[in-house]
Ligand binder design. Sequence first.
Ligand code: ZN
Length: 434
Amino acid sequence: MARVIISAGHSPTDKGAVVGDLVEYDLTRRIVDELEPMLAKYPKLELKRIPEGLSLPQKILWINQSGYTGENNDIAVEVHINDSDGTEEGVECWQAERGDNASKDLCTKILDAVCKESGLKKRSVKSEYDHQFRRLGYVHNTQTISGLFEIGYMDHPKDKEILTSDAGIKKLATGILKGILAYFGLKEGEVNKDPIAKPAFPVHTQPDQYSVPFGITPPADSAPSTMPSTMPKGVASPYSSTTPSSYPMRPRVQGAVPSQPIMPTMPMSSAPTMSVATPQEKQEEITRLYQKVLGRNPDAAGLGYYANSQMSEAALMKMMVESQEHQNLIKAAKDYVTVKGQLERLEREITSLRSRMADKDSEIQSLSAYLQEKSRELSQMTEERKASTSEDNVEKASRENGRMKRNDNSHGNGTPNHKPKSFGVFEMVKKLKK
Ligand SMILES: [Zn+2]
């Protein structure tokens, strides 16, 4: 038996878009209120509606605890309403992953039927990877074949007319019904015909090939294809009954999960943990991880991406550690150590060059002192030589006188007191040679 989960986008605490007196959550509930009894007329389609008041993580947990799976061709459809600047109009759908898969098939069938039924402009089926959050928890982290539908623009006159009239709401609900029937190979009114039990397309395509912010590459095991398709053994799901009376009641405490005590604990390695943290807690956790791993606060895109991905803290941390940004940080740290080493080596070289320069300085000083000493000696010797030369002259003059006197009294025996003229220079060279 094919099984269908329907839900109205947003919650009493997160009402979605608000344009004038129009509130997205009010409109999505109106459409799903209209759709629910229409689908209930098909006993071959088991129907569940996600209780109002659950946050997105709680909805994902609720779906994954329902026992509904893509392999069984079970589907989940959530209704949202778009808004922009008043110029955009029509219907668009967000499929899981990318390419031809069962989610795209479901989205295409519903998009075609809603536009045909209501006359709203047909936009397109888009890959969640092209969404600003890079992936959408409702379609990415649910085990069912899921589609997220943006049915019309609240701020476009034509769309608003349909969204705010009973006839318009009925057309939209009928369109969704016909799309779901078409997906299961049924026509309107074929209430007892068996729906197609196997998806016509693979449940998963390109589970990992999406662009993520800041060069962060998702780890291979973050793909939803590895999520357990069945409940852990021994854990009873409160959602397996087909009677509406067994639906969990709206939580009395804001943010609490109705089934807290029997929440399954999924093994960390095989599935993202379906944390039920409040958006505030989730943002704080993400900011703390950013600071821890990347040393900075996340920007808006990063916060949106991680808050929406519903990843466990461990998976998130792993993704950040494996990110390009983190690799760059490590490389920068290594570069710093290398450069610091080079700087220290250069500083040591400079110090040794400085001390060698100081050595040379003192050598030059002592050489210069030696030269001064030599120069002083040289001038002293020159003085001595000058003095000796004038002595010689005096002697010579006196010898001349003596000879003249001796010429008077024939050959005298006068012996001149002779000093070698070269003595000064000879001594100087000898001293320098030392
Ligand atoms: Zn919305």
